[in-house]
Write a protein that binds this ligand. Structure first.
Ligand code: PMP
Length: 399
């Protein structure tokens, strides 16, 4: 029956993780998968989350189905976090928000909804991007295209070409944008560049779909959501996927949400209804525990402050690792090679410009694992291993 079913080649990043686990060298360093690790190389359990989990464990409730759209309080708290408490669109009730299984679930629900109501639309995504963006939108039946984003020869954002391409799209095209901490390049638009892009999106009648998987990992919770709010302030109707996988270190709970900003509350009600129908057709209703944990933290001013402080520590640690790696490389290369990109890129990832052969060399000769595109996950670095990684990079580059 299943002889025509081909083997699954596996997800390249997850397969790399498996090879890493099998690697017996004690000095090995994983800089591939997009997880935040602490200084000791562990996934953190945030104190606010631990307290929320203890509260929930002490107050166990029957586990019925959640509504298709998820927990009402959670959805409200998400709107405050993403758009800003008191934002006009939040107060007006013109945003439809559904709780989803992670950011991936939000992208999938959004993609299915758009396919149903804008069946002719095609989707434009930054080149490069997180691979699953292509898989999710193509899986929902869309043709996808890349818009220029990263110029490999200079290692910089090619904003002019990006803007030019987006300006030429047919109205009703979907444009996927990363809110901040772009995966995989670590290069974000400046506020001035957003200021040039947003009017084009609005005037051309494009459908912006903002993916915000790293809120708080760049410059802060509000700072990282700046572009989302600027879009809404400019009158855009927009899709926003957000994830709590990274910023709450709750990867396995699958907690995130999709918000659709509409022009008025009546439209938002209809959109919410059809988002519920989309959820029903996909997985019926979202999981409960992750959203209860996030809700418990965000509802309590003390726990929310503790979360914000932990997030600031994670952010500071990543920046410190960027600085240490830069310093170690600069000490060796001086003006011969510029590693300034390590300092200017934001969030968990850095596009290093290393070639596939150099990435292979790092892994085979030194046990340092990067993704083959040259993407490095900065949170795999620690004070203990950063010099080792720098030396490995130096050896490979000087070969
Ligand atoms: N978008 C981007 C850009 C991501 O990097 C990720 C996670 N790697 C996601 C969405 C999905 O996050 P989640 O694990 O919450 O599904």
């Amino acid at each position: 029956l299943f002889t025509h079913v081909p083997a699954y080649p596996g997800d390249p990043i997850l397969s790399l993780m498996e090879s890493f686990q099998r690697d017996a060298r004690p000095e090995k360093v994983s800089l591939s998968i997009g997880l935040y690790f602490d200084e000791a190389g562990r996934l953190p359990v945030l104190d606010s989350v631990r307290q929320a989990a203890q509260f929930l464990a002490a107050n166990v409730e029957p586990c019925g189905y959640l509504p298709m759209e998820g927990l009402a309080t959670y959805r409200q708290l998400v709107q405050n976090l993403v758009f800003g408490a008191g934002h006009e669109a939040v107060r007006a009730g013109r945003i439809a928000t559904v709780q989803t299984p992670g950011g991936s679930g939000a992208l999938k629900v959004g993609a299915d909804f758009i396919k149903r109501y804008f069946p002719q639309a095609e989707v434009w995504i930054s080149d490069p991007t997180w691979d699953n963006h292509l898989a999710i939108f193509e899986g929902a039946g869309f043709r996808t295209h890349g818009y220029p984003y990263y110029d490999a020869s200079s290692g910089t954002l090619c904003f002019d070409r990006m803007l030019e391409t987006i300006r030429g799209l047919p109205s009703g095209s979907v444009v996927l944008l990363h809110a901040s901490c772009h995966n995989p390049t670590g290069l974000d638009l400046s506020r001035q560049q957003w200021g040039a892009l947003i009017p084009v999106i609005v005037e051309r009648g494009l459908i912006p779909f903002v993916d915000m998987a790293y809120q708080g990992f760049g410059d802060g919770l509000d700072e990282d959501a700046w572009a989302v709010r600027a879009l809404v302030d400019a009158g855009a109707q927009a899709f926003v996927a957000n994830s709590f996988s990274k910023n709450f270190s709750l990867y396995g709970e699958r907690v995130g949400s999709l918000s659709v900003v509409c022009t008025d509350p009546a439209t938002a009600d209809n959109v919410l209804g059809q988002l519920k129908a989309t959820v029903r057709r996909n997985y019926s209703s979202p999981p409960a525990q992750g959203a209860r944990l996030v809700q418990h933290v965000l509802q309590s001013p003390e726990l929310a402050a503790s979360w914000d402080a932990d997030l600031a520590d994670m952010r500071a640690r990543i920046k410190d690792m960027r600085a240490r790696l830069h310093q170690a490389l600069h000490a060796h290369f001086g003006e011969r090679r510029d590693f300034g990109f390590l300092l200017s890129q934001r969030g968990m990832f850095s596009y290093t410009g290393l070639t596939e052969a150099q990435v292979d060399g790092l892994r085979e000769q030194h046990g340092v694992y990067l993704v083959k595109s040259g993407r490095m996950c900065m949170s795999g670095l620690s004070r203990d291993n950063v010099q080792y990684v720098a030396d490995a990079i130096i050896t490979i580059l000087e070969e």
